[in-house]
Design a protein around this ligand. Structure first.
Ligand SMILES: NC(=O)c1ccc[n+]([C@@H]2O[C@H](COP(=O)([O-])OP(=O)(O)OC[C@H]3O[C@@H](n4cnc5c(N)ncnc54)[C@H](OP(=O)(O)O)[C@@H]3O)[C@@H](O)[C@H]2O)c1
Length: 474
């Protein structure tokens, strides 16, 4: 029997924005097409833009696609049904009157204001004022209550340890930690969800998962595009805050943590926090930072970061960073974790590469240098798990060659890989907190990057230029 959700409302604060159009609405529609949303659901957009229900539906309809196999006519029917569940209230984020109007609208649509998910799809500077308005209107100054009220916030969760603590404290006055769902959408990605399964459900990996057998671990996130359209936001953050502090450190935690006693959110989080607390903080001597400069690719001029009209001419914001992390525990002492994040690079991909130690067996001396094994977990694009092994080349001689044992998701599985937001929104509605970030995790990960962020800013360190479309600073 599939798990049926109780009637609920989803209120999207900042519903006129990019995240709502490109991610939230398509994910909700996908869940709707799969009968995973309750019949009695209202999706209410709230923002300052002058829209009404019909105009809001007009702005989102072109982002609805039937990803799952549905006949064309059935797909249109589903779209119409879905759009009829979408509403819009125009108001200001700091206005109690606007939120009273929102509350009245929810009542008018037919559901009580209980079981409500508030999705903060606004810039972080508006989180607290919006949360305060919810606090004073929906819960009349009490903390968000049962049956359930949940509040979803998106990264960035602050700019450093101090601002993150402030954000945590301000939100804790409004709601309990259990009601706050901090989304790092990388945790919703299929392959990332598989990391723990791969490690702990396969006997062949866990005994080797330590400094006796592993030489190094590389976690890379690269994007071919620059900051087009987002430079105004990005310049205030940089790649260390935008990618390394959240996506990459979350992956480090999953790859490096000890085995949890069970798969409850608390146990998993405890193990992640324990790992993050044993990571040495990054300093200037274990990081390289870069900024992309213009270059010509296939005859086309690709402008550099400083040429973006939203970037100040003297910006020192890093668009590339490569850090070496040391983990101070028995399992990982001596194993470098190399983290790379970069925009305007030669490829777009996210990958975890576990490089095992070289074998030193004299029986292979006559074969020259033998490469070590590596396990590659490709998060995107083309999700895959590949194990590079040494193999005998078929033939009458004993020639050794590197070969791959491949698990390519597209050919191995018939199932469509769901978008991360589908999984995460469904988990919030179900109250499953496994894939969300707890306050302690945030604190531990900010402690790793804040010292270097402070030094980069205080000492006005100039990032090294690298050509747009290259593999970063040389
Ligand atoms: N877009 C993504 O792919 C993505 C990915 C990861 C995380 N996020 C995070 O998700 C949140 C929403 O992202 P987004 O890209 O949708 O943001 P956005 O488009 O910049 O903003 C969403 C809405 O917030 C309102 N808004 C924007 N700037 C404002 C300001 N200075 N003062 C008051 N209201 C303002 C606007 O609505 P009105 O003018 O109509 O009020 C806007 O449509 C952010 O925290 C972002 O960091 C986004």
């Amino acid at each position: 029997m599939p798990y049926r959700l109780k009637p609920c409302n989803i209120v999207i604060i900042g519903a006129s924005g990019d995240l709502t159009r490109r991610k939230l609405i398509p994910a909700l529609f996908s869940l709707y097409c799969n009968d995973l949303l309750p019949d009695q659901i209202a999706i209410i957009g709230f923002a300052r833009s002058d829209l009404d229900d019909l105009k809001f539906r007009d702005t989102i309809v072109r982002y609805l696609t039937c990803r799952y196999e549905l006949e064309q006519s059935k797909c249109h029917e589903k779209m119409n049904e879905f759009l009829n569940k979408c509403f819009y209230v125009c108001g200001n984020y700091n206005s109690i009157d606007s939120f009273i109007e929102l509350k009245d609208r929810i009542r008018e649509i037919g559901f009580s204001e209980e079981n409500t998910l508030f999705y903060m799809a606004v810039p972080p500077s508006i989180f607290i004022e919006s949360a305060n308005s919810i606090h004073h209107t929906f819960t009349k100054g009490n903390k968000l209550q049962n049956p359930w009220s949940r509040i979803v916030i998106e990264k960035p969760f602050g700019r450093d340890s101090e601002s993150s603590k402030k954000l945590i404290n301000s939100l804790s006055e409004i709601s309990d930690e259990e009601q706050i769902y901090r989304i790092d959408h990388y945790l919703g990605k299929e392959v990332i969800q598989n990391v723990m399964i791969l490690r702990f459900a396969n006997l062949i990996f866990e005994p080797l998962w330590n400094n006796r057998f592993i030489d190094s671990i590389s976690i890379s996130w690269t994007e071919k595009i620059g900051c087009e359209g987002r430079a105004g936001y990005f310049d205030n953050y940089g790649i260390i805050r935008d990618v390394m502090q959240n996506h990459l450190l979350q992956i480090v935690a999953l790859v490096g943590m000890e085995k949890p006693e069970n798969f409850s959110a608390e146990c998993i989080c405890d193990k992640k926090v324990e790992l993050l607390k044993s990571v040495n903080s990054i300093d200037l001597d274990n990081i390289t930072v870069g900024q992309y400069a213009n270059s010509t690719i296939n005859g086309k001029n690709e402008p550099g970061y400083l040429e973006d009209p939203d970037v100040p001419d003297d910006s020192l914001t890093e668009t590339y960073a490569k850090a070496t992390l040391a983990i101070n525990n028995d399992r990982w002492k001596g194993v470098p974790f190399y983290l790379t994040a970069g925009k305007a690079m030669s490829t777009s991909m996210t990958e975890i590469r576990i490089s095992f130690k070289k074998i030193s067996n004299p029986i292979f001396n006559s074969h020259g240098e033998i490469n070590s094994n590596s396990l590659v977990i490709r998060v995107q694009p083309n999700e895959a798990i590949e194990l590079n092994i040494i193999n005998k080349l078929p033939g009458l001689d004993q020639q050794l060659e590197e070969a791959k044992l491949n698990l390519h998701y597209a050919s191995a599985f018939q199932q469509i890989v769901p978008d991360a937001y589908e999984r995460l929104i469904l988990d919030v509605l179900r109250g499953d907190r496994n894939l969300f970030i707890r306050a302690e995790e945030l604190e531990a990960s900010w402690n790793i990057v804040t010292p270097v962020l402070n030094r980069l800013e205080q000492e006005k360190i100039k990032p090294e230029f690298y050509a747009f479309g290259s593999s970063g600073p040389i």
